[in-house]
Design a protein around this ligand. Structure first.
Ligand code: SAH
Length: 629
């Protein structure tokens, strides 16, 4: 019950020149999960590359990522100026001199920017440029409590700090270990008080209220209006909504949209536990509480509901902590509608509770902030991503985010390596390229345990890659636990697109993608498709064109195409596009030889309208016009 919630995202450490990399790496060592972002044109060896500083800073800011920029403060200020409209929501933003001689907290006073500035300054052995008056005077930002605590009201807080700055003193009521280090004008008899409590504000005007996120709400997933019912339950116990740490439900309800929406609206994580005796999931529309049931049945059903909620809390709170020797005695329970706590007795008489569970909510209040990640488990997540052709700049940002948030990463070893760098706690599961279905099943098994799993493909995951294998595995399995996994497929830049862009626009008109591999389909099907595509005058992008095990197929394919297309038809060969040693060749159908091609090559064969031209005696372009005669 005692671990603190550490949900502040890791910072992005942004560098503009190679000279700043040493300082950047030292800052990175302070923050697990932090990545160094380097300006592509000037920095090699960063974890992520970006093209334009202003746009990149704005994107990080909008996503709420803390920013540590190793450049002039003015550059950061000008880049973010247009976005500074919501003080409460802004992430910490700091500027550090490239040589590590100065650290300036710029934004995010309520999200711990000064704490970061002090940490970084201590590591660099310099003084942080703290300018916040309350912070300077008291040595801490009272309005920015550590993770696991929430300020009740910013307005109330600002008034309180002004009063202290004006000479008032304060008491501290409740457990606020971080304030022990603060240099507050403390007095045991002060009229003003900083009160740490999960209870809602009771109208005292001279108090600064800070809520520990210490309340778990176990909810009945079969019922509607979860937000209203949880709020009503909190209100009935005079608990502040900000004290809510986690929403808990039976694992049979993982994936239910009403629960997801409720957790999002309440702004708390949603966690699940599987309770042996409540395995059966009831359809929300057929809960059994119909008008036909007599009064006795109704009491039975309510007592069952209450018992279920107690079991949920037992499984989530008591068991893991009993095992770790960290008892859950601190958690008081409140059956919603009861008006008083039902005590911490896990074996509470369900019949006695039955009449008091109308809201289908059971609250437990711990004596300290709760670490939601240690309660039950999350709804598992499986994200299938495409890395793009190779370079980090051609990976979509959502795929990068998925990798950053992954606990497990699965894929063909080459691609998993391309997807790095990884943090030590991220588990990598590399397998052979031919074991796609097995890999997909493994991914579902991990995700259905509540883990956050990413499966990587090169290019686009839906183009001759893992997305179809993952869906096939799901389609074939009747596993309810797999169906409740949050499955998402994120697109990527496919090899045909990446190669086409290098050459110009050969896919500018109708085209098709064909894999020449006959590993998963008979060769006669490939021949038929080639004939039809060639006859239809489609531009063709050939994937998997040749391999040691398939030496003759490409020449046969080209013979078919040559019977329909002129010898001078432009052909583009892209090899290792977006990767080190990339090469691009423009040739013609007559000149093309299978010896120019290997399994890392993309072949694009033009249509009757595809053209090539040399611009300014230098650069050759290939394009297929958008018109057709
Ligand atoms: N999902 C991938 C394709 C996988 S099939 C995508 O969307 O790109 C593998 C084939 O893709 C290779 O045999 C090759 O023909 C092509 N390919 C993949 N990456 C490539 C790259 N960087 N450059 C050129 N061709 C590539």
């Amino acid at each position: 019950m005692a671990r603190l919630n550490t949900s502040v995202p890791a910072p992005a450490i942004v560098v503009l020149g190679a000279g700043a990399l040493t300082t950047a790496r030292r800052v990175q060592a302070l923050y697990p999960g932090a990545a160094v972002h380097g300006l592509q044109a000037r920095v090699t060896g960063a974890d992520h590359a970006f093209g334009e500083l202003g746009a990149h800073l704005r994107e990080l800011y909008v996503r709420g990522t803390p920013i540590v920029a190793l450049c002039a403060a003015g550059i950061v200020i000008r880049s973010l100026a247009s976005m500074l409209d919501n003080k409460g929501a802004e992430p910490p933003v700091l500027a550090i001199a490239e040589d590590g001689s100065a650290v300036v907290p710029l934004l995010g006073g309520l999200r711990g920017v000064n704490v970061m500035a002090r940490q970084i300054a201590a590591m660099l052995d310099i003084a942080p440029a703290i300018t916040t008056s309350g912070e300077l005077r008291f040595g801490t930002c009272i309005l920015s409590p550590p993770p696991g605590y929430a300020l009740a009201s910013l307005e109330q807080g600002k008034r309180f700090v002004s009063d202290l700055l004006a000479g008032e003193s304060t008491r501290i009521e409740g457990d606020a270990p971080w304030l022990a280090r603060a240099d507050l004008p403390y007095s045991a008899t002060a009229q003003r008080a900083i009160r740490i409590t999960p209870q809602a504000w009771d109208g005292q005007t001279h108090e600064l209220l800070i809520h520990p996120r210490s309340v778990v709400a176990a909810v009945d997933g079969s019922r509607d209006d979860i937000v209203e019912r949880v709020n009503e339950a909190l209100c009935a116990q005079r608990l502040a909504p900000q004290s809510l740490a986690v929403l808990l439900a039976d694992a049979a309800w993982a994936g239910a949209p009403a629960l997801e929406q409720a957790a999002a609206a309440l702004n708390v994580p949603l966690r699940f536990v599987r309770v042996a005796s409540v395995g059966e999931r009831r359809d929300p529309g057929h809960s059994g509480d119909t008008a036909e049931v007599d009064a006795r049945d109704e009491v039975d059903s309510k007592s069952r509901d209450s018992h279920r909620l107690h079991q949920l809390l037992d499984a989530a709170l008591c068991e893991p902590h009993r095992r770790s020797g960290d008892g859950c005695e601190g958690a008081r329970r409140h059956d919603a509608g009861s008006g008083s706590g039902s005590g911490s007795d896990a074996d509470a008489d369900a019949d006695a509770d039955a009449g008091r569970t109308e809201l289908g909510v059971l609250l437990a209040v711990a004596d300290r902030p709760l670490d939601a990640a240690a309660i039950g488990r999350a709804r598992g997540r499986l994200t299938v991503i495409g890395l793009g052709p190779g370079s980090a700049a051609l990976m979509v940002p959502a795929a990068r985010d998925a990798l950053d948030g992954a606990q497990d990463v699965l894929g063909y070893e080459t691609y998993v390596r391309m997807a790095g760098p990884f943090r030590p706690e991220q588990r990598l599961h590399c397998s052979d390229n031919r074991e796609e279905l097995q890999r997909a099943r493994h991914a579902f098994e991990l995700a259905s345990e509540g883990r956050s799993v990413v499966v990587v493909s090169s290019g686009d995951p839906g183009v001759f890659a893992m997305a179809a294998a993952v869906l096939e595995a799901l389609d074939q399995s009747g596993e309810p636990a797999w169906a409740s996994v949050e499955l998402q497929i994120l697109p990527g830049v496919s090899a045909a697109m990446a190669t086409a862009a290098q050459a110009g626009a050969p896919l500018g008109h109708d085209f098709c993608m064909i894999s020449l591999s006959d590993n998963l389909k008979p060769w006669h099907v490939i021949e038929t498709r080639l004939r039809h595509a060639a006859e239809a005058d489609l531009v063709m992008a050939f994937y998997n064109p040749i391999s040691r095990a398939r030496p003759w197929q490409l020449d046969t394919a080209l013979d078919i195409v040559r019977t329909f297309r002129l010898p001078e038809t432009p052909v583009v060969l892209g090899r290792d596009i977006g990767r080190p040693g990339a090469s691009l060749t423009v040739t013609s159908l007559a000149e093309l030889r299978s010896t120019q091609v290997d399994m890392r090559t993309m072949i694009i064969i033009g249509s009757s309208t595809t053209r090539r031209f040399v611009c300014d005696d230098q650069r050759e372009w290939v394009y297929t016009p958008r018109w057709y005669r």
